[in-house]
Design a protein around this ligand. Structure first.
Ligand code: C5P
Length: 216
């Protein structure tokens, strides 16, 4: 029987939100991070990586059954810290605290593909035309064929991820997602269909857009 752990990196500084901690912003009457948790019902081991020195405060504000750990300087450091706090997990899902609306269907697709392939992430095929721009001027058009925009939750066998983080430390790898680490280790990572509503709140403009959804 697989034993799943949900790891939530929530230790970002909120720099692009003017220093406001996105996961704690209230939406529809509760902190943003709690919206995402609903899609992971059934996973009992939850680890949340929070900003340095804020474990007690987040525990008090969120009041959820989870292990709270201090994150690190980069997202990957926060995920590594969370992974270290889930030593019994055989499989993990890593989900950005800043993505409040993963659907049950996406979570299920990722979990099934992870059990089958060892690692899986959700994404959406790029449909816009892509331009490379330098100094405000277009210097080329990027072929969009085969390009996908990546979301979370990202799933992986825990042993693969532990090995990947050990190598990342040894070789000083710098990545923006877990799949990036596994790719460097030569692991095959499956891509499954994500969901257009599974957005990431990054800037004040994203936050404003969310208000338009009516604080569901
Ligand atoms: O900055 P970005 O939007 O890519 O962050 C994605 C997720 O990673 C957010 O939930 C953020 O809180 C988290 N993060 C983290 N530790 C960092 C930087 C980002 O846990 N040092």
């Amino acid at each position: 029987m697989p034993r799943w752990a949900l790891l939530i990196p929530a230790a970002g500084s909120g720099r692009r939100m003017g220093g406001r901690k996105k996961p704690l912003l209230r939406y529809g009457g509760k902190p943003l991070i709690l919206h995402a948790l609903a899609a992971f019902r059934g996973i009992r081991d939850v680890v949340i990586a929070v900003p340095h020195g804020e474990v007690a405060r987040w525990k008090r504000l969120l009041r959820v059954r989870a292990t709270f750990v201090e994150g690190g300087a980069r997202r990957q450091d926060s995920v590594a810290a969370a992974l270290a706090a889930a030593p019994d997990a055989t499989h993990v899902l890593v989900h950005d605290a800043a993505r409040p609306f993963p659907t049950r269907a996406v979570v299920k697709r990722v979990m099934e593909a992870t059990l089958r392939a060892g690692a899986a992430i959700p994404g959406l095929a790029v449909t816009d035309t892509l331009k490379k721009v330098r100094g405000g001027v277009i210097v080329g058009t990027v072929a969009r064929e085969g390009l996908w925009r990546v979301q979370t939750p990202q799933g992986a066998r825990a042993d693969w991820l532990r090995e990947a983080f050990a190598r990342a430390t040894r070789f000083r790898w710098d990545v923006t997602d877990e799949a990036g680490l596994l790719e460097r280790c030569g692991r095959g990572v499956a891509m499954v269909e994500g969901d257009p509503g599974n957005v990431k709140v990054t800037t004040p403009a994203d936050w404003k857009l969310l208000q338009g959804r009516g604080g569901r």
